[in-house]
Write a protein of this length. Sequence first.
Length: 448
Amino acid sequence: MGTDTLHAQAAGEAAGLRREQRGWYFYDWACSVYSTSVLTVFLGPYLTAVAEHAADADGYVHPLGIPVRAGSFFAYSVSLSVILAVVVMPLVGSVADRTGRKKPLLAAAAYTGAAATTGMFFLDGDRYLLGGLLLVVANGAQSVGMMLYNSYLPQIAPPEQRDAVSSRGWAFGYAAGSIVLVANLVLYSGHDSFGLSEGAAVRVCLASAGLWWGAFTLVPLRRLRDRHARVERATAPGLKQLKATVRDMRRHPLTLGFLLAYLVYNDGIQTVISQASVYGSEELGLGQSTLIGAVLLVQVLAVAGALAMGRLARVYGAQRTILGSLVAWTLTLAAGYFLPAGAPVWFFVLAAGIGLVLGGSQALSRSLFSHLVPPGKEAEYFSAYEVSDRGMSWLGPLLFGVTYQVTGSYRSAIISLVAFFVIGFVLLARVPVRRAIGDAGNPVPDRI
């Protein structure tokens, strides 16, 4: 084969990868709207109101005959969705690796989640059970879809490009979340001028996230391609498969070491995200409009933060850049401890600090992990990664709640989360990533 033919072949392969990368970004663009508009902003208060409307005189609803406080129904539904995802993700990941058919599985997960989210338009009156069911399905489907989406990264980006590609994916997601959240807030705040009740406006916002998710999923489904599978063999049930994956990881202890560090500091990140609004409303006395504005600011700045940290990783390496972000998280929480009450400007400064490190720390963690996955086991290992991301983030909220219960101070509760970033920093710093990449059987990039 001639040199010109080889060059042409290499150029064609590079062009094909760039096309896949551009399609891959669009899945983050498609599904991140669910996380922002549905899960973070609108569904919690609305589903709680629907459950309270259906509650008895003592404030309880009775799903399957079980007495549940109406105010706890949303949290329990989220927890149930996480349990569902933890069972299903390892099974789907194993099937994806062993059959090579990730794209049909991604399509099934995406359109199941999009359909459930669109169905939230019918969540009115006292239909709290419908709301809980749709939330469990949508949230579980999103976890499975993100696991499959993440597992494409080692296949569509060579080692030296993964930090940049992963960062662009996160940036696309935060950009989409910002755009749709702005549109939703316009509709919600001006619902009277659109001839809608407040509840109807919320239901339109919820359903629009599902339609967005389904429409833009068409782009990655057209551009991504399936790869050659490993030898096909029977798969175990979900939890057994997760145990089998963890057993396999024990042959790669450095990969497991990174996953432990990620589990710890990501627990801190997820807790800050979920509890910042509680801190703002209960400790700082800020109104709902201020809190929603802060969420929007985080979304916008997370785009710039993800791209900027992707560039820093090219100079300093992903591990050092993540370690730097953990220092920034620690300083941000320390500043949050001293925020004066009733001062929205300083809360927006805190939100800006969170936004600038949020996207980058998540994007670079994903790309760094992709180097530590043995070839042919991408979906299986990323199922464990996604379980760490979504299924294990319970200790942070527990520490936050216990600290508040003991001290009666949300300031003490927020500063207690520094422990996750300090411990995560120490654990990550102890992982020799170059050796870990070699032990996994992957080429070691010049800068990591």
